[in-house]
Design a protein around this ligand. Sequence first.
Ligand SMILES: Cc1ncc(COP(=O)(O)O)c(C=O)c1O
Length: 415
Amino acid sequence: MKLDLDFIRSQYPVFKNPETTRWAMFENAGGSYVPSQVADRLLNFFQFTKVQPYGPFEASIAAGEAMDEGYQAIAGLLGCDADELTLGPSTSMNTYVLAQAARPTLKPGDEIVVTNQDHEANIGCWRRLTETGAIIKEWRIDPQTGELSITDLKALLSDKTRLVCFTLCSNIVGTINDFKTICKMAHAVGALAIGDGVSFAPHQALDVNASGLDIYLFSTYKTFGPHLGIMWAKPAVLDTLEPQGHYFNRELPHYNFNPAGPLHAEIAATAGIGAYIDAVYDHHFTDEEPNLHTRAKAVFDLFSQHETHHANRILDAIRAIPGSRIIGQNHAETGSRAATIAFTVNGMTAQNVVDRLVQKEIAVRNGDFYAVRCLEGLGIKDIEDGIIRISLVHYNSEQDVNRLVEGLGALPATR
Ligand SMILES: Cc1ncc(COP(=O)(O)O)c(C=O)c1O
């Protein structure tokens, strides 16, 4: 079975607007488009229920119910209980708060493993915990491939390791890290495994309870939803952390690790992600399937198949550019490489490449994408110019990819 792209694109208001459809959108890892199921809920909340939720009057009751639907949808997608979720303003804020919550659990000499592959959101907040006397151990990428080796991790772990903080998929390298093995290794020394799924979640449906992770984070604004950061944590792990919300809200599970307070309309709009997955499932499958996570799994399998096919067309086109360097694997296999593709071209600045593609209404960007340590580890000299990143998701069409491949093919001739 193949993904019905006409159906998929019909769900997105952006593809109905002649101005926006001119663009072939390949900056999805920066922020994805939203389907009408999400946009409608956001608008509806602002138009009709924009009041303090969970009160006694009609609009307030409706607002609370809409938010509850949001929590339930995310829980359904991840296969967890809604009480295990924190819906904060962003993943950077969630990791920051999490690090504060973990601070009292650490003592001098405890060790924290961080990578240099991650986005800074899952590095800097942990590095700051050296103030407690904790020691940072850096799990470094291979300077050529950008990949992390499990053997290197083994050498960093000890009975002093308390936290292993890593990414399921880097926003630069694109390799899906072997997170189940990493979690097992962390647990074998008594450490917690904290996984950043921001660049993973748009491509695969994770069953958090089967993942091995203790804490999983991702951002809905890159996963077809509103601007929020989602944090799931095992209840037993949450109990060991110091709540960071108001003391009188301790009994409210969504508030303990979100001192910013819930963003009402955005939380309500996340229900639209679940509704979108439902619509895609119902369009492609006839089997009755009541479980949202199982439906999401089937839908994301279709997404991955589509993305992998097109990722390989793009990787082939980049390989054909003289002087190109692809970061990470130069061939995509479903489950081992996300369609987030970073590269450089010898003799051209990244900005120059991007300018040429943007002139052709192909939306891409260059820079460090807040993964400065990763770029340094890869030996990229000019970090500000950085790398060129092309990131596709399931709604990218054959025509989008044709235009991109053509644009990439024209690069050396126009240098
Ligand atoms: C892999 C990865 N992790 C974390 C983040 C930070 O997410 P947020 O913008 O929600 O703080 C990003 C954002 O680009 C990212 O790509």
